[in-house]
Design a protein around this ligand. Structure first.
Ligand SMILES: [Zn+2]
Length: 251
């Protein structure tokens, strides 16, 4: 069946019977080249679900080491991993889940200088760091290279996520022009519910699958804002800004 191995036919059986995936869609997932920026509270669940789904090539970029404070929500790591590099440890966990997937750990901080080379040629990027500078660097690089991406954040009991289809829908800079002058509220200072990070990261993986498959209505041109404590969510619509320094007409 479409060049799938016996293991793949069983492993992806629930995808293969799904009308919107089937053999054609699973092949698209297996052929995908995904970059995950940040192997933290959002990147861990997003990466795990994408690996399990058979996203064929996953690069995972994180320059940090696992800290004991991470274990409350960064579910690719266990107590024995404290002190180990996140990218490599995450890669090992993904390979354990699905040996079908080629995983590349990248122990780098994604900066404006290096982002473009990292995103070039990817099918999709998932941005899940808590660093505004990295978020803008990934945005600008993906817009320049025409690579779709999903970007998200979580703090306390609330989360937000949005997909960007470069040239078609509003980018992160259309929404937030520049990194905040005062540092954004961090999970370290404000706290975060572990499963809230899991929920947002998982929603990011759902959006990633939709974009890779070319199915459904991506959460693009709108940002979903979820208040887990109140049990509510809303979508904020964003149009492309003509003066946007990343994707506007002036570019
Ligand atoms: Zn823009």
């Amino acid at each position: 069946m479409m060049g799938f191995t016996e293991d793949q036919i069983h492993r992806y059986a629930r995808h293969l019977v799904l009308r919107e995936i089937g053999g054609v869609g699973q092949r698209k997932l297996l052929d995908a080249r995904v970059l995950i920026v940040g192997a933290g509270g959002l990147g861990c669940p997003a990466a795990l679900y994408l690996a399990a789904a058979g996203a064929g090539r996953i690069s995972i970029a994180d320059h940090d080491a696992v800290a004991v404070e991470n274990l409350q929500r960064q579910i690719l790591y266990g107590s024995a991993d404290v002190g180990r590099p996140k990218a490599e440890t995450a890669a090992a966990a993904l390979r354990r889940n699905n040996p079908d997937v080629i995983v590349e750990p990248l122990a780098v901080r994604v900066t404006a200088a290096g982002a473009r080379a990292l995103v070039k040629g990817r099918s999709l990027v998932v941005e899940g760091t808590d660093d505004p500078e990295t978020k803008f660097a990934v945005n600008d690089a993906c817009v320049a290279e025409g690579v779709p991406f999903v970007i998200g954040g979580v703090v306390r009991w609330s989360g937000q996520l949005m997909a960007v289809l470069p040239g078609k829908t509003a980018c992160y800079r259309c929404v937030f022009e520049n990194p905040p002058v005062t540092p954004a509220e961090t999970c370290e200072a404000a706290g975060v519910l572990g499963p809230a990070a899991g929920a947002v990261g998982t929603l990011m993986a759902v959006e990633a699958c939709k974009i890779l498959l070319g199915k459904g209505e991506p959460l693009a041109g709108r940002m979903r804002v979820i208040d887990f404590l109140a049990g509510t969510s809303r979508d904020i619509a964003w149009k492309r800004r003509p003066g946007c320094p990343a994707c506007g007409a002036a570019k």
